[in-house]
Write a protein that binds this ligand. Structure first.
Ligand SMILES: Cc1cc2nc3c(=O)[nH]c(=O)nc-3n(C[C@H](O)[C@H](O)[C@H](O)COP(=O)(O)OP(=O)(O)OC[C@H]3O[C@@H](n4cnc5c(N)ncnc54)[C@H](O)[C@@H]3O)c2cc1C
Length: 388
């Protein structure tokens, strides 16, 4: 299977890099310091048609392939991880509709997501149900042609700024999360919905991470995605694809830190020499560069499998997220080291990048959960029974 980037991919990268260098990077420190959602950059991305890349043209999208979508995220994250979450979460929230929605639901919801008029969030995690998604407690009890949603969600990216949510709730609490959970599209102006709390975070600080509460929220049956009980399946199919965006985000953060480290080391002098001329520093830069490239190529290899609908795509997307997240953490930490004490202060971007990198090891399944997925597929391939 080939996955080499094409001339179109290179053109997209050059276009997004210029936009990110000129318009996004100069805002990154301020977004981090103020922990404010960058509405101006959301508008910029919408105007440039960069929020519709995962949607079909008939819905107003640009239908780019998954390598192109990865390049988009990578180049924005190279400048600012918070802003890269705008296209990432637009896709994450919409995937349940794309994967399980009817034509009528797609026609109703997707065009205004593709244009960027509406934002969407993906509401799966609960306070007591993180990695163990099936232990969710939120309920959706049917009442005539409506469902009544009660409960709360935790850690929902963009939950306080989105117009739409894809929400997972138990329609059959006795059966439990795996078979008794269903997926819904909820409009956030529905009475009974609130986003009462925003978390204070280490990184991606401009991206609001919200607690959501649902108090007798009435959702029409027409907003249920798939059949009753399909929720767990839809959530897993979504994450199998969406976590590749996190791999791309991690690659972008690592590349941003590497570029900042090279620029600084070429300028800074100690012992009468440029820091970049010390072999000890060159070896660090070489490791950072080759590891970032390895993560990038694995991400593109996984992206090609997503487009080919490969049966083992979870193996690829989880491997990519696992490798890229760990490399982003290491490369950003090494970048701080290359800058010495200056790496530790907010005047330079690498300390922010190191804080931002950490989240790529945590959300859309922690690194431990990625290892479980990879191991399960590995053992399946090898024909070895496992209890996982
Ligand atoms: C900033 C941020 C944004 C987020 N955005 C969203 C979002 O938009 N939508 C959404 O639904 N969720 C979101 N999340 C939730 C995120 O996906 C969860 O935090 C994550 O899946 C881990 O769940 P947890 O925090 O409850 O940790 P836990 O599941 O409690 O895990 C605690 C520790 O135990 C480990 N662990 C758990 N199970 C196993 C196991 N079987 N084997 C080995 N180790 C294990 C974990 O790896 C971790 O180290 C977000 C979280 C954060 C912090």
């Amino acid at each position: 299977m080939t996955y080499l980037p094409t001339a179109d991919h290179d053109e997209l990268r050059a276009m997004v890099r210029e936009l990110a260098d000129e318009r996004i990077a100069p805002r990154a420190a301020e977004i981090d310091e103020r922990a404010e959602f960058p509405w101006d950059l959301k508008e910029l991305l919408a105007q440039q048609d960069l929020l519709g890349t995962c949607f079909e043209e008939r819905h107003g999208g640009t239908a780019l392939d998954t390598i192109a979508q990865s390049i988009l995220v990578e180049e924005i994250a190279r400048a600012d991880a918070t802003t890269s979450l705008i296209p990432i979460v637009q896709k994450l929230g919409a995937l349940p509709i794309l994967l399980a929605g009817s034509d009528e639901q797609k026609d109703r919801f997707i065009p205004r997501l593709a244009s960027g008029e509406w934002l969407i969030a993906f509401a799966l995690t609960e306070a007591a149900a993180g990695s163990d998604v099936a232990s969710n407690r939120m309920r959706a009890i049917r009442n005539g042609n409506h469902y009544v949603l009660n409960g709360s969600k935790r850690f929902i990216t963009h939950g306080s700024v989105a117009k739409l949510l894809t929400v997972f709730a138990l329609t059959d609490p006795d059966t439990g999360g795996r078979k008794g959970m269903s997926a819904f599209v909820v409009e956030t102006d529905t009475p009974g919905f609130a986003a009462p709390r925003i978390e204070h975070k280490m990184g991606i600080r401009g991206s609001p991470t919200a607690e959501l509460t649902f108090d007798d929220v009435q959702v029409p049956e027409a907003n249920r995605l798939g059949a009753d009980g399909d929720g767990f399946k839809i959530a897993m199919a979504t994450l199998d694809r969406s976590r590749l965006s996190i791999a791309a985000q991690a690659v972008g953060i690592a590349q941003g830190a590497l570029d900042a480290a090279v620029a600084y080391a070429a300028d800074r002098k100690q012992f009468g020499e440029r820091v970049v001329d010390f072999q000890g520093i060159q070896w660090m830069l070489a490791d950072m560069a080759s590891q970032t490239e390895a993560a990038r190529q694995l991400t593109y290899a996984a992206a090609a499998r997503v487009d080919a609908l490969a049966s083992d795509l979870p193996y690829w997307t989880s491997s990519a997220k696992l490798v890229a997240g760990d490399i982003a953490m290491k490369v950003t930490s090494d970048a701080v080291q290359v800058l010495g004490g200056y790496g530790y202060i907010t005047e330079y971007p690498v300390e922010r990048m190191m804080r931002d990198a950490k989240i790529t090891q945590l959300y859309e399944g922690t690194q431990q959960i990625q290892r479980l997925i990879v191991a399960r597929q590995l053992l399946q391939r090898a024909g070895v029974a496992s209890r996982g």
